[in-house]
Write a protein that binds this ligand. Structure first.
Ligand SMILES: *Cc1c(COP(=O)(O)O)cnc(C)c1O
Length: 392
């Protein structure tokens, strides 16, 4: 860690977008930068001016490229860029971003000197971390801006709302800290039933009141993820933390729709083999598929080694604007699709695994359903092995 974050490093120039040509491999992830900017503009326009943006670009912006997404966020005036780990913060710092960085995750004391040195805002959910930051601030003779993390019901991190009163005397007394923000996180913001979210909001408001009474007046109050941005205007306060929404994916089926928001990521490949199966012929590892009638199949050079879910005889891709079903088991590097109903399909044809082709679309939600997971997992799951290509 200390080597990675050496203070002797000089700021590097903003990194060039080095998009490998799709030709470098017959499979790639496409990032539509024009749509990304549109999404950010629409989110910005949907919010009152008093509500700032702290876009969440953790996990390489859910696989979209942290620098690409951070650039678009900065264009709409993001107040903070939010990440989870120090490595993620350091990538933005090295790229030259001047927007303050907000570290959402939990910290170990060993990580704090680098945070203080770089001015990264730690979200403090443990008193021990607050004490250590205070000690470092005093030692450095500076004030360190921190955000208090409250647990209002998620039950994972932060000072519990019903234990805040007991913690307040110590928090207030810690020298060298500026409580710049107070945060919490929704457990259920994007579902139709908002009762738990509203309970969390109530606890958050009561906690803010206690903090003010104890003399802690934060500049920023932030509670909303994408679900909250869309559906819980009463919880916007003056800062929101959208992640997935800026990428054009709605966090759930039932949350409010913002017209014009559309997915930024597509995953594409070329057919690397087109062949015939005779009745009774198997296809792929484990003989999980046998042709019942003569079939024409295509091989897609993408597998679970690329983050494609390890599906078996379920799922679809788009070829020539039509849906072709996946057959057999997904392997590390490849899977097979049935092209019998797409007779014009040919070797090297473009295949869409996620995204649009013609009038058809395969969404991250479709892939999530086939995998038995959520769209977040699908987006973030595409591995670095697939080159990222920026378009638009
Ligand atoms: C990941 C994360 C977000 C963003 O969530 P989305 O549902 O993608 O908008 C917001 N806040 C915190 C604390 C997070 O960890």
């Amino acid at each position: 860690m200390s080597q990675v974050l050496s203070l002797l490093e000089t700021d590097s120039e903003p990194a060039a977008v080095s998009a490998p040509a799709p030709a470098s491999r017959s499979a790639w992830v496409e990032i539509d930068v024009a749509q990304l900017r549109t999404n950010f503009r629409l989110i910005r326009e949907d919010l009152p001016a008093r509500v700032g943006l702290a876009p969440v670009v953790k996990d390489n912006a859910y696989g979209h490229g942290a620098l690409t997404v951070a650039r678009a966020a900065v264009e709409v005036g993001a107040r903070f860029l939010a990440v989870n780990t120090l490595e993620e913060a350091d990538e933005l710092r090295r790229a030259g971003f001047r927007t303050p960085l907000l570290l959402l995750g939990e910290r170990h004391p060993d990580e704090l000197p680098a945070c203080v040195a770089h001015g990264w805002r730690v979200c403090v959910g443990e008193l021990a971390i607050a004490r250590e930051l205070s000690r470092l601030a005093v030692e450095a003779g500076r004030t360190v801006a921190v955000h208090l993390k409250l647990d209002t019901g998620m039950g994972r991190f932060g000072v519990r709302w019903d234990e805040l009163a007991a913690a307040l005397p110590e928090l207030v007394g810690l020298p060298g800290l500026e409580w710049e923000g107070v945060s919490s996180h929704f457990a259920m913001s994007d579902e139709a039933d908002k009762s738990f979210a509203l309970l969390q909001l109530e606890r958050y408001q009561a906690s803010l009141q206690s903090l003010i009474e104890a003399g802690i007046r934060s500049r920023f109050q932030h509670l909303c993820n994408s679900g909250g941005v869309l559906d819980l205007a009463a919880a916007h306060f003056n800062l929101v933390r959208p992640g997935i929404l800026a990428l054009g994916v709605f966090p759930s089926r039932v949350c409010r729709r913002l017209p014009g928001i559309a997915p930024v990521m597509s995953v594409k490949a070329r057919l690397v083999s087109v062949r015939r199966l005779q009745p009774g012929d198997p296809c792929g590892y484990g003989l999980r598929y046998h042709a019942s009638t003569p079939r024409r199949i295509g091989i897609v050079p993408v597998g679970y080694g690329d983050g494609f879910p390890r599906l078996r005889n379920v799922g679809e891709v788009l070829v020539r604007g039509r849906r072709a079903p996946l057959i057999g088991s997904v392997a590390m590097d490849a899977f097979a699709v049935d092209l019998t109903d797409v007779p014009d399909a040919q070797l090297w044809d473009e295949v869409v695994l996620q995204g649009r082709q013609g009038g058809e679309e395969i969404t991250a939600q479709d892939l999530a359903r086939w995998k038995g997971s959520v769209s977040y997992d699908i987006l973030a799951g595409w591995r670095a092995r697939l080159p990222r290509v920026c378009v638009g």
